[in-house]
Design a protein around this ligand. Structure first.
Ligand code: 26W
Length: 861
C-alpha cells in the first residue's frame, strides 16, 4: 500500500500546473488571481521541491540499504547562490516549468529573479564546496555536505556617496526558505566550557562535565544530480538553547546573558573580529561536534566494530576550519567508546582528509591555548596528548644528546599517561627521524602543534596534517608550495606520498549551461551530441576546435558574446541606472578585495590608460580600442587598505566616466554587492578577465576557469590554476605577465635591504601614484596609506610587475583589434577547458582519497 501511494515525478505540463496551483492555494493560502512574481516563485519552488523529495527519498533509502562507504564534506561555507533554476536543469524539467508557468500567466525568467542568493560563505572556498556538491550528486557519489545554518549570510555591500564600502546584514531567511527541510527530530547536545578531569588510570580517559550545553538541530537541503535520480543532502546545523529561553535574565535586562545560550551564526569569515574569536571557535566546534555525532549514529546503525569506521566513512576537512573534528573524534572514541588511544588514533588518521586553500601566513588558523582550554578543556588535553609522545620521544633523544631544555616540557601534558604511552610507541620511527635530523631542535619547534609565545597557540594546519590520511592543495603550483613551505617538515617526516594535489574545478551546469544558455545551445548543435553528454564529460568540448576555422560559426559565437554584453548592460541599466557602451572590450576583475589579488594594480593600470588617452590628440584616440572595465568584490569590514582600494576605484570611475575627452574610449564601473548571481551575468559577457595575484599567492582561483569556459580570455600572472589553464589552452591564447614564484622572495628582500626609489625603478607607476596624490580624483591625502604600501615595502610587488602588466594590456589591445583571430582564441579557449569540470575533481577525490564508489539510484525502488 505504501509503495502504491508513493509520489512520482511531475513530468508533464499538466501535472506541473496542477501542483503549482495546489501550492498557491494550500501551502501559501493565496488566491491565484492576485498572485505576484514572488508568490509565483514560492509556489514553483514548493512544487519543484516535491519532485526533489521523490528522488531524495529514493537516494537516502538506497544508501541505507546498500551501505556503501560514504564521504562527508565538512565546510564552514557553502556559497550556493540560487536554487530553482539549477534544480529545474538537473531534474530535466526546465521546459516543462517554463510552459507551465506561462500557461498560468507568468514568465519563468521573472520568477527565477525573485530568489535570493544563499550566500553562506565568503569566496572561492565556499563556492568550490557548492560546485563539489553538484558534481558528487551528478556523479552518483554518496557524499553529504555538513555546514552551518547561518542566520545571516555574508554582509550586503553598499557604497556610500564618498565611495566607502558600508556593510548591511543579510537576513536571508526573512522570507521562508522553500529549499530547506527542518528536521526537528535530529538533534544533538553540544557542550562548551566546564571541567575535564583525567581518570588517572593510565588509560588517558577523562570526564568532561559542567559548562554550557546547546542543541544542534538539523536542516536538510536537497542536492540533485544532473540527469540522474541521485539527490544528495546538505545538512546545516542551527543552534538552540537546551533548556528553553532564560526568561529571568531576559526580563532583568540581561539580554546578553539570555542570548549566550545561543551560538548566533554569521557566515562572514571576518565577523569574529566584531563578535569575538570565542564565537568563531564555538561555531567551529558546534558544527564539527554535531556533524560527528550524526555520522557516528549512522555508522552505528550498521552494527560494525568501531575499527571498521574508516571503511565506511571518509571525512573531508575543507581547510582547517573543521579541524576540531580530529580531537573530537578522539574524545568520543576514548572517553565514550572506551577505545585505547592507539586504536582511536588509527581510526582518526584513516578517516580524515585535509585540503589546504592558502599558504598566506596571515590566513593560517591559530587558536590561543588559553581560549581553547577555556571553551574546550577536554580537547586541549587531547591536543597535548597528540603532541606529547612525538615531543617527548624527541626530547628524550635530545636529552641523550645533552640538549635537553627543561622549559620544553609542557606542564599540561599528563606525564604519567605519556610515559605509559611511550612504551607502546613506535620508537623506531622517532629514532629514525632523530638519525635523519640529529639534534635538530629548530625543526622540532617548527613542527610542533603548539607555537610558543604569549599566548601559546595551536597551529590548526599542523593538527589537520598529522590527524589526516592525506593532505592536498588545490592547484599544481599551490600543492608544490604546500609541500615545500608550510608543511615541508611534515613531508620529510611522513613521506611525500601523503601530500597530493587536486586541481579545483567548477560545475559546467551552473557556469555554462545555466548562465550562458545560448552558448550552451550552440555547443550542443556544433558537437552533435546530447547536451547531457558533454555537460557530464566536459572534455568533449575539444570537438569545438575545428569550428574555430569556420567563419559562420565564429559569427554565431561572437553574436552570443555580444548579446551577453547587452544582457549585462541591461541589468546594470535597470539596477543602477547606468548606460554601458556595449561596443567596447569588456574587461572584468571580480573577486574578494585583497592586496594579494592586486585590484590596486588593475586600477593603477586604468589610470595609466586614462592619462595616456588624455595626452593624445582626438585623431590618435580614435585608433584606440574602446574599453569598459568592471570591478566587483567585497572587502573584509576591518580591512582598511582593501576598503581604500574600493574608494579609489569608485572615485576614479566618477572622474573618468565624466571626462568628455576620454569617456568614449574608457569607462569604469564598480558594481556593488558582488554575489554568485551577479557573477552569472558578468562572466558570460567578458572579453578579458584579470587574475593578477602576486606569483605564489593565489592557491588556485576558480573564476578564472569560469571566464575561460565562457570564451573569455585570461590576463594573468603565472599563478594558481592560471598555469594549468595556459597548459591546456596554449600560451598563445592567454596573456601572461609578471615575475615568477621563485623570484618573489628575492624581490621582497631587495625591497627591504636595497630599496630603490620608485621614480627610478618604475617611472610610469611613480607618475600614476603622483597624480593620485595630487588629487586628480579628489580626496586629497585620503589615498596616501594605500599608495604608501607601494612606495614603501611593496610586499605584493606592484612596482616589479607594473611595466610588464602595461605591456600585457597592450598585447590584449593588439590582439582584440584582429577580431577574427580573437574569436578563434575564444573558441579554442572554451574547447580546451574540459579538465576544469568539478566532475573531474570530485572523481579524483573519490578515487584517490576517499575510496568511495558511484552508487547509482535505480528509478523504481
Ligand atoms: C588572507 C586572505 C584569505 C582569507 C581566507 C585567503 C584565504 C582564505 C581562506 C582560509 C581560504 C580560501 O578561501 N582560499 C581560496 O580557496 C579557493 C578554493 O580552493 C581558491 O581558488 C583560492 O585561490 C583561495 O584563495
Amino acid at each position: 500500500v505504501w509503495k502504491a501511494g508513493m509520489r512520482s515525478l511531475d513530468k508533464d505540463v499538466e501535472s506541473i500546473t496542477k501542483s503549482f496551483v495546489n501550492h498557491v492555494q494550500t501551502s501559501l493560502a493565496r488566491q491565484a488571481h492576485n498572485l505576484d512574481d514572488l508568490g509565483a516563485y514560492q509556489a514553483a519552488a514548493l512544487s519543484v521541491r516535491d519532485n526533489l523529495l521523490v528522488n531524495w527519498n529514493k537516494t537516502q533509502l538506497q544508501y541505507m540499504r546498500k551501505s556503501p562507504k560514504r564521504a562527508y564534506y565538512l565546510s564552514l561555507e557553502f556559497l550556493m547562490g540560487r536554487t530553482l533554476d539549477n534544480a529545474l536543469l538537473n531534474l530535466g524539467l526546465k521546459d516543462e516549468y517554463k510552459d507551465g508557468v506561462r500557461l498560468l500567466g507568468f514568465n519563468i525568467e521573472d520568477i527565477l529573479e525573485q530568489e535570493r542568493d544563499a550566500a553562506l560563505g565568503n569566496g572561492g572556498l565556499g563556492r568550490l564546496a557548492a560546485c563539489y556538491l553538484d558534481s558528487s550528486a551528478s556523479q552518483e557519489l554518496p557524499l553529504w555536505g555538513y555546514g552551518l545554518r547561518y542566520k545571516y549570510g555574508i554582509f550586503k555591500q553598499l557604497i556610500s556617496p564618498e565611495g566607502n564600502q558600508l556593510e548591511a546584514p543579510d537576513p536571508w531567511l526573512e522570507h521562508q526558505n522553500p529549499w530547506e527541510l527542518p528536521r526537528l527530530d535530529v538533534a544533538y547536545e553540544v557542550r562548551f566550557y566546564g571541567r575535564a578531569e583525567r581518570l588517572g588510570d593510565g588509560s588517558g580517559r577523562a570526564l568532561w562535565t559542567g559548562g554550557q550545553e546547546v542543541l544542534a538541530i538539523a536542516y536538510d537541503v536537497m542536492i540533485p544530480g544532473y540527469n540522474t535520480a541521485t539527490t544528495n543532502n546538505l545538512r546545516l546545523w542551527e543552534s538552540k538553547p537546551k533548556r528553553g529561553f532564560d526568561l529571568n535574565s531576559f526580563n532583568a535586562g540581561n539580554y546578553e546573558g539570555a542570548l549566550s545560550r545561543f551560538v548566533v551564526l554569521f557566515a562572514d569569515f571576518f565577523a569574529y573580529r566584531t563578535f569575538g574569536k570565542e564565537l568563531r571557535l564555538k561555531q567551529q566546534y558546534f558544527w564539527t561536534a554535531a556533524s560527528l555525532s550524526d555520522i557516528l549514529r549512522r555508522f552505528k546503525n550498521l552494527n560494525k566494530p568501531m575499527s571498521e569506521f574508516p571503511e565506511f566513512v571518509a571525512i573531508q576537512l575543507n581547510d582547517t576550519h573543521p579541524t576540531l573534528a580530529i580531537p573530537e573524534l578522539m574524545r568520543i572514541l576514548i572517553d565514550e567508546e572506551d577505545l585505547h588511544w592507539d586504536a582511536a588514533w588509527k581510526i582518526v588518521t584513516n578517516t580524515f582528509f585535509y585540503t589546504n586553500h592558502t599558504v598566506l601566513p596571515e590566513a593560517l588558523e591559530k587558536w590561543s591555548v588559553p581560549l581553547v582550554e577555556h571553551v574546550l578543556p577536554r580537547h586541549m588535553q587531547i591536543i597535548y596528548d597528540i603532541v606529547g609522545p612525538i615531543y617527548f620521544c624527541t626530547l628524550i633523544i635530545l636529552h641523550l644528546t645533552c640538549q635537553l631544555d627543561r622549559t620544553c616540557f609542557s606542564s599540561k601534558a599528563s606525564v604519567s599517561f605519556i610515559y605509559a604511552r611511550l612504551c607502546a610507541l613506535t620508537m623506531i620511527k622517532t629514532v629514525a627521524v632523530e638519525k635523519k635530523f640529529p639534534g635538530d631542535r629548530e625543526r622540532l619547534a617548527r613542527m610542533s602543534l603548539i607555537e610558543e609565545g604569549q599566548p601559546k597557540q595551536v597551529r590548526m594546519a599542523h593538527l589537520a596534517c598529522v590527524g589526516s590520511r592525506k593532505v592536498n592543495g588545490v592547484a599544481e603550483l599551490h600543492s608544490d608550495l604546500v609541500r615545500t613551505t608550510i608543511l615541508k617538515d611534515f613531508v620529510e617526516f611522513e613521506g611525500i606520498s601523503k601530500f597530493g594535489n587536486v586541481t579545483n574545478g567548477i560545475t559546467p551546469r551552473r557556469w555554462l549551461d545555466q548562465c550562458n544558455p545560448e552558448l550552451s545551445a550552440l555547443i550542443t548543435k556544433a558537437l552533435k551530441l546530447e547536451k547531457s553528454v558533454w555537460l557530464k564529460d566536459l572534455t568533449k568540448l575539444e570537438g569545438l576546435l575545428p569550428f574555430a576555422e569556420n567563419k559562420a560559426f565564429r559569427k554565431e559565437w561572437a553574436g552570443i558574446k555580444q548579446r551577453n554584453k547587452e544582457r549585462l548592460a541591461h541589468y546594470i541599466e535597470t539596477t543602477l541606472g547606468l548606460t554601458i557602451n556595449t561596443k567596447a572590450l569588456f574587461d572584468v576583475q571580480i573577486k574578494r578585495l585583497h592586496e594579494y589579488k592586486r585590484q590596486t594594480l588593475n586600477i593603477l593600470g586604468v589610470i595609466h590608460r586614462y592619462l595616456t588617452l588624455k595626452n593624445m590628440t582626438p585623431a590618435q584616440r580614435k585608433k584606440v580600442n574602446n574599453r569598459v572595465v568592471f570591478f566587483a568584490g567585497k572587502a573584509a569590514p576591518g580591512y582598511y587598505i582593501a576598503k581604500l582600494t574600493i574608494r579609489l576605484i569608485v572615485n576614479v570611475a566618477r572622474t573618468i566616466n565624466a571626462d568628455p575627452d576620454t569617456r568614449d574610449y574608457l569607462t569604469l564601473y564598480f558594481l556593488p554587492d558582488y554575489s554568485v548571481s551577479l557573477a552569472e551575468v558578468l562572466i558570460p559577457a567578458s572579453d578579458i578577465s584579470q587574475h593578477i595575484s602576486t606569483a605564489g599567492t593565489e592557491a588556485s582561483g576558480t573564476s578564472n576557469m569560469k571566464f575561460c569556459l565562457n570564451g573569455g580570455l585570461l590576463l594573468g600572472t603565472v599563478d594558481g590554476a592560471n598555469i594549468e589553464i595556459a597548459e591546456e589552452v596554449g600560451e598563445s591564447n592567454v596573456f601572461f605577465f609578471g615575475h615568477l614564484t621563485p623570484a618573489v622572495e628575492d624581490l621582497r628582500y631587495q625591497h627591504l635591504y636595497h630599496h630603490i626609489p620608485i621614480e627610478k625603478k618604475c617611472p610610469a607607476l611613480a607618475h600614476v601614484l603622483n597624480q593620485v596624490s595630487l588629487g586628480l580624483f579628489g580626496d586629497n591625502e585620503v589615498y596616501e596609506p594605500l599608495l604608501n604600501t607601494i612606495r614603501q615595502g611593496d610586499y605584493y610587488l606592484l612596482s616589479d610587475d607594473f611595466d610588464s602588466y602595461i605591456a600585457a594590456l597592450a598585447m590584449v589591445d593588439e590582439a582584440y583589434s584582429d577580431t577574427e583571430e580573437w574569436i578563434k582564441k575564444s573558441i579554442r579557449t572554451t574547447a580546451k577547458m574540459g579538465k576544469f569540470s568539478s566532475d573531474r575533481a570530485i572523481n579524483e577525490y573519490a578515487e584517490s582519497y576517499w575510496n568511495i564508489e558511484a552508487t547509482p539510484i535505480t528509478p523504481h525502488s
